[in-house]
Design a protein around this ligand. Structure first.
Ligand SMILES: O=c1ccn([C@@H]2O[C@H](COP(=O)(O)O)[C@@H](O)[C@H]2O)c(=O)[nH]1
Length: 266
């Protein structure tokens, strides 16, 4: 998906919500466990219920890899089920020597139909560049993450600047704002203005609203750019809004609430 197509989707649907499919088989409603593929059945109903309120879905691969082969199959089926109009993110946090990163890129962009993958920048340019070779695909580099551990490295000084600032400035040179985004945690509100000043044109994938307590209002007010420039993810707050048979209806309601709030900021 191109940047223009993504922006058009956001403007048309008046939402920049990404629904996170962090589907944990121990948390899905019990009545689904008798289905042939309970994880896919849960995702299918969540997608049907929320697709009018979001512009995309983020599959965190950990939840699928944890189940072995059936988990990988559920991920494949889910990725194929997401409508073509929706942005499909593999939150896989990959990155290795170039020769290996090329294989990761192939796995998620060729063998699987993802539009984007999250990548860790720690190993530097050659670990990220193979992902950027794919036309109309997106590489989402971890910038300033939402977890408390961001203080251990990302918020430490690296010479004159903070490490995450160096990551933003350096990684922004590896590709264009048409193919490279950054992960910016919604819980890092005090840094939003600075982050936007360093990377004025980039899109950010923003996890950390909902269960982690970040503010949608604050990120929207401080970090939106002329193309919106934000994809805000919520996973648990939406998919586990109810643990009962009404889980899809409740997920729809929460996703619709996010959409309405986002429409106010657009
Ligand atoms: O900095 C980061 C990077 C990734 N994540 C991922 O986003 C979702 C958040 O889930 P919630 O249930 O909405 O808290 C999850 O897949 C994380 O692994 C993040 O939270 N922070």
């Amino acid at each position: 998906m191109t940047r223009q197509q993504l922006v058009e989707q956001i403007r048309t649907k008046k939402t920049y919500l990404i629904v996170g499919l962090d589907t944990d088989i121990t948390k899905i409603p019990k009545h689904l466990l008798s289905a042939p593929d309970p994880v896919f059945e849960f995702n299918r109903q969540i997608i049907d219920a929320t697709k009018d309120h979001c512009v995309g879905y983020k599959i965190n691969t950990a939840f699928y890899e944890a189940l072995g082969k059936p988990g990988w199959e559920a991920m494949e089926k889910t990725a194929a089920y997401i409508p073509a109009t929706h942005f499909k993110i593999a939150d896989a946090k990959r990155g290795d020597i170039g020769n290996t990163s090329s294989q990761y890129a192939k796995a998620f962009f060729d063998a699987l139909p993802f539009d984007a993958i999250t990548v860790a920048p720690y190993m530097g340019a050659d670990s990220v560049l193979p992902f950027l070779e794919y036309k109309d695909k997106w590489t989402i580099v971890l910038g300033l993450t939402s977890n408390t551990g961001a203080r251990d490295f990302e918020l430490q000084k690296a010479g004159e600047e903070l490490l995450y600032e160096k990551v933003l400035r350096t990684a922004a040179q590896w590709g264009t704002a048409e193919q490279l985004m950054f992960v910016v945690g919604a819980t890092q509100a005090s840094e939003f203005t600075n982050i936007r000043a360093i990377t004025p044109h980039h899109f950010y994938l923003v996890p950390g609203v909902g269960a982690q307590g970040g503010s949608l209002k604050e990120i929207s007010e401080k970090a939106m750019n002329k193309d919106v420039g934000l994809l805000v993810n919520a996973s648990r707050a939406i998919i586990y809004a109810s643990g009962n048979e009404d889980f899809a209806a409740k997920a729809k309601q929460i996703a619709s609430d996010y959409q309405q709030e986002m429409a106010e900021y657009l």
